[in-house]
Design a binder for this molecule. Structure first.
Ligand SMILES: [Zn+2]
Ligand SMILES: [Zn+2]
Length: 88
């Protein structure tokens, strides 16, 4: 069990999984924040229309869900961050 990076509470992965059902498996391992320190925004991913998982310390809603973000890291070797690139 790891402590939450935000509030230092021990992360209850069972609670996290229940609350973040659409993003099961991409929660504690990716972000190390507890369920209390995260917000789920449904249908917000620009790539797959999936739910976006937002650590509460983030001020803006990400364009990519964790799955699409890690997918891009795997394919390009570069982390696009949370927001879509606006290339012309
Ligand atoms: Zn927390
Ligand atoms: Zn996505």
């Amino acid at each position: 069990m790891q402590p939450c990076h935000n509030c230092r509470a021990i992360i209850d992965e069972y609670t996290l999984d229940k609350q973040l059902e659409p993003l099961r498996g991409l929660t504690a391992d990716d972000f190390n924040v507890c369920a209390d320190c995260a917000t789920v925004v449904p249908d917000a991913c620009v790539a797959c229309d999936g739910a976006v998982y937002v650590p509460r310390s983030e001020t803006s809603t990400p364009d990519y869900c964790p799955a699409c973000r890690s997918d891009r890291i795997e394919r390009t070797g570069r982390d696009p961050g949370w927001t879509a690139e606006h290339t012309s």
